[in-house]
Design a protein around this ligand. Structure first.
Ligand SMILES: [Ca+2]
Ligand SMILES: [Ca+2]
Length: 191
């Protein structure tokens, strides 16, 4: 029994020795693949001006004001955007639903002087806040009719005209309303 155990230990020792010697005898090599870097893009929309795009004090029926706005993609990803509007009356006269806002793309005739011809494609006409707040496109996620597309670093000029229509009655004298236009942008990739 003891002899058999000694024999077994001896055989195992020989195997262990061969294993160690075998490992030491192998050539080995490794190749690493570094620099697998990932970064994310940005969705960033900017407007110029950033405030007080269209204003008009002491309007009379028939008055209009037309101003240009530049919407820019300041991010690194292509985006689509929608414009919505909200407005607050400073009194009970309801001027926000009497004014007529019309939004068009840049002039076709002389785009170098934007918005004086006001003959671009009409994107919207109606109340400054519209019924559901949606003016151009739809800020719901995904592509909807009217959404505007801007590739990275691109920009476009839009023309905003606000009119107090002729025929506006005396009930609207000395009325004030203030509107806010909101530009919502989202990625177009995978969306
Ligand atoms: Ca023009
Ligand atoms: Ca949308």
């Amino acid at each position: 029994m003891l002899r058999k155990l000694i024999t077994t230990v001896a055989i195992l020792s020989v195997f262990a020795a061969f294993t160690i010697l075998g490992a030491l005898a192998l050539f080995t090599d490794t190749a690493s693949v570094p620099s697998n870097t990932f970064s994310t893009g940005t969705v960033d929309i900017a407007t110029a001006p950033t405030s007080a795009l269209v204003t008009f004090s002491s309007m009379a029926p028939g008055d209009t004001t037309t101003q240009s706005l530049v919407a820019s993609n300041a991010g690194t990803l292509a985006l689509r955007y929608a414009i919505s509007g909200s407005a607050t009356n400073a009194d009970a006269k309801g001027l926000k639903d009497q004014l007529v806002l019309t939004i068009k793309t840049i002039d076709v005739t002389t785009p170098g002087t934007p918005c004086d011809n006001f003959d671009g494609t009409q994107l919207y006409t109606g109340d400054v806040d519209s019924t559901a707040g949606k003016l151009v496109g739809d800020n719901t996620t995904g592509a909807q009719a009217g959404d505007r597309a801007l590739s990275a670093s691109a920009s476009e000029t839009l023309c905003f005209r606000v009119e107090l229509p002729t025929g506006t009655g005396n009930a609207f004298q000395n009325a004030t309303t203030t509107a806010t236009f909101t530009f919502d942008a989202e990625q177009t990739a995978n969306n």
